[in-house]
Write a protein that binds this ligand. Structure first.
Ligand code: GLN
Length: 489
């Protein structure tokens, strides 16, 4: 019972502060990511690092997967030690430090230090801001519209930041672009800290299942074991001279090996998490049923993110073969990356207003999920004739496809934050949100592993990745009543 209305659109008290924090973090994330690849491949003379293209692409896609995988660390830290409020601030400082390191002209070593700080910091902040929003709500009916505006903030950030960071990079250099990301993150963190002391004071966020003294030894042991395994992996693979288990083949970074390892980790961590949460003694019978109900939603999420995140990899590569001249107009390849946030930002605003006014009159949440998944599937089917043509097809197919995926995403992603919150067992509140972010990580790593199929047979690739969300659409539609029952009760 923590909710207090401000009257501003009926949002919970302090909510604009949380929106601002999420906006700042996403602004810095998407802005930095927009110039990261170019920074790595640009020559040293042009202010870049002079990496080869394959290595740079591998680093970007791995970064995308790890940024959401690290959410498991942040979720655990919130549930077991700090609670969401504190860990958001700690994570914010890590992210700020990561961007500051990039803003300074230090070079390649700074890049990897920065990426490590950003991955850890985002893992601490991102799932917990979402959980924090859920913790500030107590009225069932508020979830969909409150999380919709949360999602609007995310997408306004991801729409505008590449333009602003890109502008600074073009006119002044890479480090100014990264500098803007740092400044915006700094403001967001500051605003959250002030908010915690004022408008958000009523949101209490103690760790729901604080670690017991006798567990400490085991936890430290697990962390050390994890670090040893990672060090051993790099130590061994870096020493193998060539072949699929060598980290470098003739000096070339083995991106296929890394993609496989990251995908394996993402899937293994997800399975382990589901088993651990549903098997925990702290979870009641009803809570366990809710965790099981989350499995088909989570899998549907993976199938949706695979297509949605594909815009940056598969889409970016596919548009290279398209005819960009449309009517009297020449489209720019880079615009493709702005289509998703643009469509999502507008449609989610509309959906948020609809949820607020007509929540009771809308079709079952899971029928809406099913529709979203069918639309996502349609967006890849739409590309099959173009893939069959091979090249010279109109770029409008690719732009249209990305826009259509965004329509499907709007029906699925914003409301899933609230669904995750309501299905989470009390002791695993933040970790369930981390699990939801993991679905994105799994999808991105599957994309990295299956990229060779896209290169060799794009048509088959689009067909397979369209059929999978269709299957989940059918499953969620069939079980829509019991699933809704578990979410609402
Ligand atoms: N577009 C989303 C974001 O940046 C993707 C992450 C997610 O919600 N799983 O927040």
């Amino acid at each position: 019972m923590q909710e207090k209305k401000t009257g501003i659109f009926g949002f919970p008290k302090g909510y604009p502060t949380v929106l601002g924090t999420e906006f700042a973090e996403r602004f810095s994330y998407y802005g930095m990511k927009a110039i990261l690849l170019y920074y790595m491949v640009a020559t040293v003379g042009k202010g870049g690092l002079g990496f080869d293209n394959t290595t740079a692409v591998a680093v970007v896609s791995m970064y995308g997967a790890l940024i959401y995988m690290s959410a498991v660390i942040g979720g655990w830290l919130a549930d077991r030690i700090f609670g969401t409020g504190k860990i958001i601030i700690i994570g914010g400082f890590f992210i700020l430090a990561g961007h500051v390191v990039l803003a300074l002209p230090i070079g390649a070593s700074a890049l990897f230090v920065s990426l490590a700080l950003l991955i850890l910091g985002t893992g601490m902040l991102k799932p917990n801001v979402s959980t924090f929003v859920g913790q500030s709500l107590d009225n069932e009916k508020d979830y969909d519209y409150v999380f919709s505006f949360f999602y609007v903030a995310i997408n306004v950030a991801s729409f505008i930041s590449p333009f602003m960071v890109g502008y600074l990079q073009n006119h002044y250099g890479y480090h100014y672009g990264f500098g803007l990301a740092a400044i915006v993150m700094g403001i967001g963190l500051f605003v959250f800290m002030i908010g915690r002391a004022t408008s958000l004071k009523h949101v209490k966020t103690p760790a729901p299942n604080p670690i017991k003294p006798e567990e400490r030894g085991r936890v430290i042991g697990a962390i050390v074991a994890g670090l040893v395994v990672v060090a051993a992996f790099f130590g061994i693979t870096a020493n193998i001279k060539s072949g699929s288990f060598a980290l470098f083949n003739n000096g070339q970074f083995n991106s296929a090996l890394m993609a496989n390892v990251v995908a394996f980790l993402a899937i293994a961590i997800s399975v382990a998490y589901f088993v651990r949460i549903s098997g925990s003694k702290l979870v009641t019978k009803v809570e366990r049923r809710k965790v099981l109900a989350f499995i088909p939603i989570w899998l549907a999420g993976v199938s949706m993110w695979a297509v949605q995140e594909g815009a940056g990899s598969v889409g970016a590569s596919f548009i290279e073969k398209a005819n960009l001249h449309v009517g009297f107009f020449d489209l720019q390849k880079v615009w493709l990356q702005s289509v998703n946030p643009f469509v999502v930002m507008i449609l989610t605003t509309i959906m948020g207003l609809i949820y607020k006014k007509y929540e009771d009159k809308l079709p079952n949440l899971f029928s809406r999920y099913a529709l979203g998944l069918l639309i996502v599937a349609a967006s890849y089917f739409l590309l099959m004739p173009a893939a069959a043509q091979g090249h010279g097809f109109s770029a409008m197919w690719v732009f249209g496809s990305v826009a259509l995926t965004a329509v499907g995403e709007v029906l699925i992603s914003p409301v899933t934050y609230g669904v995750t919150n309501r299905l989470a067992p009390k002791s695993f509140e933040s970790q369930m949100m981390s699990l939801w972010l993991l679905s994105n990580s799994v999808a991105q790593s599957i994309n990295a592993v299956t990229a060779p199929l896209f290169i060799s047979n794009a048509n088959l690739y689009f067909m397979i990745f369209a059929i999978i969300p269709m299957i989940f659409a059918v499953i969620l539609f069939i079980f829509r009543k019991p699933l809704l029952n578990l979410v609402e009760n």
